[in-house]
Structures are given as structure tokens and as C-alpha cells.
Design a protein around this ligand. Structure first.
Ligand code: GDP
Length: 453
């Protein structure tokens, strides 16, 4: 078995607010030999590499905090090899310190503690140590395994020691990766840039990323047109553990998306098309759930209104029959009809429809528009709705409801479905213009109204 080359460790800085994460990242960035050589202004690309005098390299993710770490992890992106836990010596272990410890433990990522702000007169190392001990972080000086380094991020003190500690831990972890295979990695961040279009910082985990490579991330793909590092230096190829800004994406990928190399453009297109279709489908299902919920609520309201209206009408009828002494002023409690005669007196009319549309947005629009049609006497009752072509089961459902009809919007009904409809005497009305649909429904409703006597 061949041994793969070592790759730089990827480090995330975590800790309580105001304990100095941002200051530490800024100071570490300044220690980079590469940044000094380039002499240029470093840009924020989501991560940066620091090369030590020993030529060893460390990559830092430069979005401090837990949200970025957990968001990436929630998306299945295991990017971080080592967590640097910043604890301010004048403040000790605080809620977000504990949270960071938990995140690192959950992700099975080893910690190094950076005890910060040691320049302050009220720095108290014992409090920090006790706090850590309480949360089962055993420091080396107490016979444990976790390294702790005293630093002052503000004064730039102890940074070399911290970097050495990271390198030592990385060597112990023996972080290696194959280089002569197609590229695999993660998107760290992405944005649209003037003149560059869609750009995304990719952190390579395995293989080599080259200009001209075809890569896929999420629902986007890219023929790598150009790559630049955080110092604005153009890169022809990038090895594992190195972050690089990649230019040439068709769409904007998301942070946390896995990056994989594709053999050719056709394959990349196919993969992203499939993912896009899947995404649309998932979105439709979600939309439908929302509509379903709205419908359920609306149905309950309509049901309530209707039953009150019926009660009122029944009460009025009873008054004229001499069964109630006074004209009813408000709906009395529900009185169940006792015979067929009374049932016939309920002259609240409605027509039942099933709405089928091509996309969930349209279905929602049609359903909402139909809910508005009618008045106190007459209404449309959408008993069901769906996305796709009309099916036989839609017909059967409509047939099971008295006078039920199907309203299709931008959809077709196949021959089999049509013959089932004529067998069960269910009307299928199809439209592709919403106002025509509403006109037709209104005229149908009007025809159902009893003649005025
Ligand atoms: P973050 O919220 O963890 O990113 O913390 P910041 O980096 O924003 O630092 C919070 C405050 O602490 C700022 O006012 C920093 O200047 C200060 N600070 C950070 N590191 C040190 C340090 O080593 N010594 C001192 N005295 N102040 C520091």
C-alpha cells in the first residue's frame, strides 16, 4: 500500500464572543510568509493558508464561530481537522466555550486551547484551567492530552507557539491525502463578483484541482477558468488542504456543497440537471404541504361558516313554521334535521371541484382564486387538488362527490381518463388562462341557483 503525501491541516477557531477569535485570525493571517512575499492585500475568501518558516502549512477557515462550523457539519461537510478553542484569560470558560467543546466532541475533532488576552492584568490562568477541567478538557500540564498555548492575539504574542502546536498535532494525526486522482472537496463560501461572475472558494480534500477541470457542486458545475488564492495569486493547480477561489461556475453553489470532479461536461450537466429536477420536486412537495395546510384551515373555516348559515336558515324556517316564538337574532345551537323535508330546506348551494395543475404555484393560485368565488348562498368547494396530469383516481373522487367536477390548469387528461370520466359522468374542464377558468366556474354556479320567485 502506498502512503499518500501529508496535507496541511484545516483549522477552525471557536470560542465565546469577545474572547478574541477575529483578532487571533487577523494576527495569524499576518504571520503568513506567503502574504509577506506577495506584498499584496489579502482578500477574504473564507479561508487562508499560513506557511511557517519550517515550510509547513496550516489552513485556517476564517469565519469564526459555531454557526459556520455546525452549518457545514449539518450539510455533511467534514472540513475541519483541528479546532482552536479561544478562551479569554480574564473571563474564563463561558457558555459558548462549552458549546464549542460540545461541537468539537460531537464531530470527533481534536482541540487545542488558546488562552488569550494574557497581556491583561486580570488574566487568571487557574480559572481557565478549572473551567476546562469541569468540562472534561484535560490539559497536558495536568497530565491530560490537550495542548494549551498562552497567547495575546492583540499583541501578536505566542502565535508561533500556537502554530507549532497545530503542526505537532497534525503530525500526530498523520493527515494525508491522495493527490493524483480527480479532485474532491467542499465549497467554503460563494458569491457573485463583478467581472468574474459566480465564484466559490473550494477547499480541496483529495486529489488535485486544475485549471480546465470539470467539477460539480450541488446544482452547479464549473469548467475551472481561473483560480486565485487569498493573496490574489493565480494558481494553475491546487493540492489537498488548500483553499482557492474558483472562477467559472454556471450557477452559484452553496457553502457546504461537496465538490466532485466529473469526467466531462456532458456528465457534469447531467448530474446537475438531475439534482435540479430533484430539488424542484422536493420544493413542490414542500409547497404542496403548505397549501394543504392552508386548505385544511380554510376548509374548517368554510365548514364553520356553512354550518352557522344553515343553522340560521333552519331557525328562520322554524320561526315561520311557528316552532320558534321569536325571530332568531343569532345562530342558535345546531339542531339536527329530523326528516327529509327539513333537509330539503337547506338551500345553501355549492359545487365541488378537484383542481389539478402543472406546478404547485399555479395550483395554489387557482385554489385561492376559487375560494374567493361565490357569496353566502353559493360557493366553490375545492375538495382536493394536485400537481400533474388528471388521473383516474381524481375522476373517481369527483364522482364520489355529488356534482363534483375536475378543473385542470395547463394539464391534460389522457384517453383512458376521459373514458372513465364519461362513464362516471364527471366533467373535466381544462384551462390555461385563469380568468377564463373563473368565468366558466361562475357561470356554472349561477346556473345552479334556484330561479327567483
Ligand atoms: P470575537 O468576538 O471572539 O471575535 O472577539 P474579537 O476578536 O472581536 O475581540 C474582542 C475584543 O477583545 C476586542 O476589543 C479586541 O481588541 C480584544 N482582544 C482580543 N484579543 C486580545 C488580547 O490578546 N489582549 C487584549 N488586551 N485584548 C484583546
Amino acid at each position: 500500500m502506498s502512503i499518500y503525501p501529508l496535507r496541511p491541516p484545516v483549522v477552525t477557531i471557536m470560542g465565546h464572543v469577545d474572547h478574541g477569535k477575529t483578532t487571533l485570525l487577523d494576527s495569524l493571517r499576518k504571520t503568513s510568509v506567503a502574504a509577506g512575499e506577495a506584498g499584496g492585500i489579502t482578500q477574504h475568501i473564507g479561508a487562508f493558508s499560513v506557511t511557517l518558516p519550517s515550510k509547513k502549512t496550516i489552513t485556517f477557515l476564517d469565519t469564526p464561530g459555531h454557526a459556520a462550523f455546525t452549518a457545514m457539519r449539518a450539510r455533511g461537510a467534514h472540513v475541519t481537522d483541528i479546532v482552536v478553542l479561544v478562551v479569554a484569560a480574564d473571563d474564563g470558560v463561558k457558555p459558548q466555550t462549552i458549546e464549542a467543546i460540545q461541537h468539537a466532541k460531537d464531530a470527533n475533532v481534536p482541540l487545542i486551547v488558546a488562552i488569550n488576552k494574557i497581556d491583561k492584568h486580570d488574566a487568571n490562568l487557574d480559572i481557565v484551567r478549572e473551567g476546562l477541567l469541569k468540562h472534561e478538557i484535560f490539559l497536558e500540564e495536568d497530565g491530560g492530552e490537550t495542548q494549551s498555548i498562552q497567547v495575546s492575539a492583540l499583541k501578536g504574542k505566542g502565535l508561533d507557539d500556537l502554530e507549532e502546536a497545530i503542526v505537532a498535532l497534525a503530525e500526530m494525526l498523520d493527515i494525508r491525502a491522495e493527490v493524483d486522482i480527480g479532485c474532491e472537496g467542499y465549497v467554503i463560501e460563494s458569491q457573485v463578483e463583478k467581472g468574474r461572475g459566480n465564484v466559490a472558494t473550494v477547499l480541496v480534500k483529495r486529489g488535485t484541482l486544475k485549471v480546465g477541470s470539470i467539477i460539480v457542486a450541488g446544482r452547479s458545475w464549473c469548467k475551472v477558468r481561473n483560480m486565485v488564492d487569498e493573496n490574489g495569486k493565480t494558481m494553475k493547480q491546487v493540492l489537498p488542504g488548500t483553499p482557492v477561489k474558483v472562477i467559472g461556475w454556471k450557477e452559484l453553489p452553496n457553502a457546504g456543497d461537496e465538490v466532485l470532479e466529473a469526467e466531462n461536461e456532458d456528465l457534469a450537466k447531467k448530474v446537475t440537471e438531475n439534482r435540479t429536477l430533484k430539488h424542484i420536486r422536493e420544493q413542490q412537495v414542500k409547497d404542496l404541504e403548505v397549501i394543504n395546510e392552508k386548505r385544511r384551515q380554510r376548509k374548517e373555516e368554510i365548514h364553520e361558516e356553512r354550518s352557522q348559515m344553515r343553522d340560521m336558515k333552519r331557525a328562520v324556517w322554524m320561526y315561520y313554521q311557528g316552532l320558534l316564538p321569536e325571530y332568531p337574532s343569532r345562530p342558535p345551537p345546531v339542531v339536527k334535521p329530523t326528516n327529509e323535508d327539513e333537509k330539503q330546506k337547506e338551500y345553501d348551494i355549492y359545487t365541488s371541484v378537484i383542481v389539478i395543475g402543472d406546478v404547485s404555484g399555479t395550483v395554489e393560485a387557482v385554489v385561492n382564486a376559487l375560494d374567493e368565488v361565490g357569496n353566502n348562498e353559493i360557493r366553490v368547494d375545492v375538495i382536493d387538488f394536485g400537481v400533474g396530469d388528471v388521473t383516474e383516481s381524481d375522476i373517481q373522487m369527483a364522482a364520489a362527490t355529488e356534482g363534483g367536477i375536475i378543473i385542470g390548469f395547463n394539464v391534460k387528461a389522457g384517453k383512458k381518463v376521459q373514458s372513465e370520466a364519461s362513464r362516471l359522468k364527471v366533467d373535466i374542464l381544462t384551462f390555461n388562462i385563469i380568468y377564463k377558468l373563473l368565468e366558466e366556474v361562475k357561470s356554472r354556479l349561477t346556473s345552479l341557483l334556484p330561479p327567483i320567485i
